[in-house]
Design a protein around this ligand. Structure first.
Ligand code: PLP
Length: 387
């Protein structure tokens, strides 16, 4: 595949931005004969042996692309990582491809021929790391296994091994506050559509440190014009998040935090990476059914924690069912719920101010219950990490 045949010597220094040198014969392939160069508005038609005629940018920098040895490529990965000033710190990664954990961000890469990369044939999930505990690890693990089964991805190891790997990766990272993200993929093998050439399924996990303080300020949402995924795909957490990305971008372009999807029947569905819930005027907690959307681990936990508010008389009931846009927009409170946002009050949806336009008491109480659960909840939602 490589058309540049001469590797740079180990000690030769090279820039990451390619220089515009006219000639760098040291890196030009010797087995490609360029013949009959023609110029068409700055482009040249070139023919190389065994290749079809192609239009090529006539600017000379293409000849400056270096051919790297493995160690040089790794060196450049390190240089690039060091240059990238990200707010997020990647503390550890597990990969079934190299069969271990690395704490060097430069090595946190996955193969290009992985079916997840070039065909989207992968599923993923997360778990928050709070004070050295993994919050709702088992609930998220059950979901990724369900997603994998829906995506016809075989597990590389049994559930217990996947769980141990995740805990060990967090332990190696020494991270006490942040998030764990992990992927199951059909694996690598070739670039075909069918996964039949994939050697074995792959498992990747990464630990991301997040020391940022939690912000519970209310936000604005809009209705998404990007089509919602059909139920078969919306109910699994696959890596096909392009509609979700475009929906989030649409929100940001309109000065909003998230865009809300409606389902095919016009009922309220979910946000691009969160569920939604409402407090009606009769003090009922109302949440859309999970049959056409992602079954949110946080939303389900909130439904269970909310029972305490019913016992205290702050809520008069809890209902999961179809929610019309009209019902949603005339609610007293609206909130986004998910492991990324926890419970975020919505103050405005499109042009409609929700309730009195301020963060409501029930959203606040639910957030409080969730934060307490993350810090002091029972052992079925808090898995200790042995550091
Ligand atoms: C589409 C979608 N809906 C809902 C959620 C909320 O799920 P959870 O609470 O498990 O994070 C997410 C986040 O993962 C999501 O991507």
């Amino acid at each position: 595949m490589a058309f540049l045949q001469t590797p740079l010597s180990q000690n030769q220094r090279f820039p990451t931005k390619l220089p515009h040198h006219a000639n760098n014969s040291g890196v030009i392939s010797r087995n490609i004969s360029f013949t009959r160069p023609l110029s068409i508005r700055g482009l040249r038609i070139v023919r190389s042996s065994g290749q079809n005629e192609a239009l090529v940018d006539s600017s000379p920098q293409i000849f400056d692309v270096p051919l790297l040895s493995c160690s040089e490529a790794i060196e450049m990965l390190k240089v690039n990582r060091a240059k990238q000033k990200s707010k997020q710190q990647y503390l550890a990664m597990y990969s079934s491809v190299f069969g271990g954990i690395t704490t060097d961000p430069a090595a946190m890469v996955i193969p290009l021929d992985d079916h997840m990369v070039h065909r989207g044939h992968g599923v993923f999930d997360t778990a928050a790391i709070v004070d050295g505990y993994l919050y709702e690890l088992d609930q998220h693990l059950d979901r990724i296994i369900r997603s994998a089964s829906m995506a016809k991805i075989k597990l590389p190891y049994g559930r217990e091994s996947l769980r141990k790997i995740l805990i060990q990766t967090v332990s190696a990272s020494k991270c006490k506050k942040g998030s764990l993200r992990y992927w199951l993929s059909a694996g690598g093998g070739d670039f075909q559509l069918s996964p039949s050439g994939c050697h074995e399924p792959a498992f990747y996990a990464i630990v991301i440190q997040d020391e940022s303080p939690f912000v519970s300020k209310g936000i604005k949402v809009v209705t998404s014009s990007i089509p919602i995924k059909p139920p078969q795909f919306a109910t699994m957490k696959s890596v096909n998040y392009l509609p979700n990305v475009l929906s989030k971008m649409e929100a940001e372009e309109n000065g909003a935090y998230a865009a809300i999807w409606l389902d095919a029947d016009g009922f309220i569905a979910e946000g691009p990476n969160m569920n939604v819930a409402f407090i009606t005027k009769t003090k009922e907690l109302l949440m859309p059914l999970f049959d056409k959307i992602l079954s949110g681990c946080t939303a389900k936990r909130v439904l269970s924690l909310a029972e305490a508010l019913v016992r205290e008389g702050k809520l008069h009931g809890i209902r999961v069912g179809n929610v019309t846009v009209e019902e949603g927009k005339r609610a007293e409170e609206m909130m986004l719920i998910g492991s990324g946002v926890l419970v975020k009050p919505v103050l405005q949806w499109d042009d409609q101010v929700i309730g009195n336009g301020k963060e409501g008491p029930i959203s606040e109480a639910l957030l409080d219950l969730l934060l307490k659960d993350m810090k002091f909840g029972p052992s079925n939602v808090r898995v200790p990490v042995p550091y």
